[in-house]
Design a protein around this ligand. Structure first.
Ligand SMILES: C[S@@+](CC[C@H](N)C(=O)[O-])C[C@H]1O[C@@H](n2cnc3c(N)ncnc32)[C@H](O)[C@@H]1O
Length: 275
């Protein structure tokens, strides 16, 4: 066991840092001996630099042609080295630091395994922004969320009556995990898989939350079978709206002593509309 006072705080700065940086995160960035950051835009990195001048971007570890897994290992090493020397390191990731951020989880795992204090502080994720911008309430409709390539390759039991979110369109089909580009053949394959559960003309949305204060949110609607016509960026997330609403199972209602044709089902439907 080590534990010479070194400590790791992993924070999320939200998608729109200007409005979503929490007081707690601001404090941790200020107090840390050293800050590492993965930001989606230079403005956000500048804001963090104003809070703490001892900051370095972890994005220098990405390089075209270098497998992303190798870049991630380098990021983890960079974060842990000063912790081992007794420093308080703050690692800041845009969005939520625990959502699709392997190096953040891995740095915490390794720091703890070596006896250091390591804590993750949540932030506003792209999915949180999508919920707000597209008007979805998971408490009413439920929510399915997957990494796009993972969803495409592994058969999932999906429910077309529940909203579906697919992340990381920008690297869909990047098998080498080094090019940061979408393979159009994979986009067509994804649309075909989705067409097993939705009509081919079902309208889906390519969503990009506004990042800067003056940016506009992108919500481009397109029929599923034309998805390949759209351009994807590193910020593109696919939203597949549900088809209709689920119906209560009569046997289950009866088992609960509820009348399936009466007020019980109506009460559930009302909840669906109003909550
Ligand atoms: C490596 S993940 C990082 C997610 C981030 N940690 C979060 O909490 O949102 C990158 C993926 O997040 C989604 N994403 C990132 N920025 C976005 C934005 N501005 N709008 C919508 N989705 C975004 C995209 O699916 C993108 O491929």
């Amino acid at each position: 066991m080590s534990g010479s006072g070194g400590r790791l705080s992993v924070v999320g700065t939200g998608i729109r840092l200007a409005g979503q940086l929490t007081v707690e995160t601001r404090h941790l960035v200020r107090q840390a001996h050293r800050v590492f950051a993965v930001m989606a835009d230079p403005f956000s990195l500048g804001v963090l630099r104003d809070l703490n001048a001892n900051i370095a971007s972890l994005q220098v570890h990405y390089s075209k042609g270098r497998p992303r897994d190798e870049s991630y290992e380098r990021m983890v090493d960079a974060m842990l080295e000063p912790v081992r020397k007794g420093e308080h390191v703050c690692a800041a990731f845009y969005g939520h630091p625990g959502v699709f951020v392997w190096p953040a989880h891995e740095a915490i795992r390794r720091a703890r395994a070596e006896g250091f204090e390591a804590t993750m502080y949540p932030g506003v994720s792209a999915e949180d922004c999508l919920i707000a911008d597209l008007g979805i309430d998971p408490g009413v409709s439920g929510l399915q969320t997957y990494e796009a390539a993972d969803f495409l390759v592994h058969p999932r039991t999906i429910d077309a009556r529940t909203p579906l979110v697919l992340w990381q369109l920008a690297v869909l089909g990047d098998l080498s995990r080094s090019t940061f580009e979408t393979d159009p053949a994979w986009v067509r394959a994804l649309a075909l898989v989705l067409a097993e559960s939705y009509p081919a003309d079902h309208r889906v949305i390519v969503y990009e939350a506004a990042v800067g204060p003056f940016d506009r949110t992108r919500a481009d609607e397109v029929p599923l079978d034309q998805l390949h016509d759209l351009e994807f960026t590193q910020a593109s997330t696919l939203y597949v709206p549900p088809i209709g609403v689920p119906e209560a199972d009569e046997n289950r209602l009866r088992r609960l002593g509820l009348d399936p044709t009466g007020r019980a089902e109506a009460a559930f439907q009302k909840h669906r509309r109003t909550s």
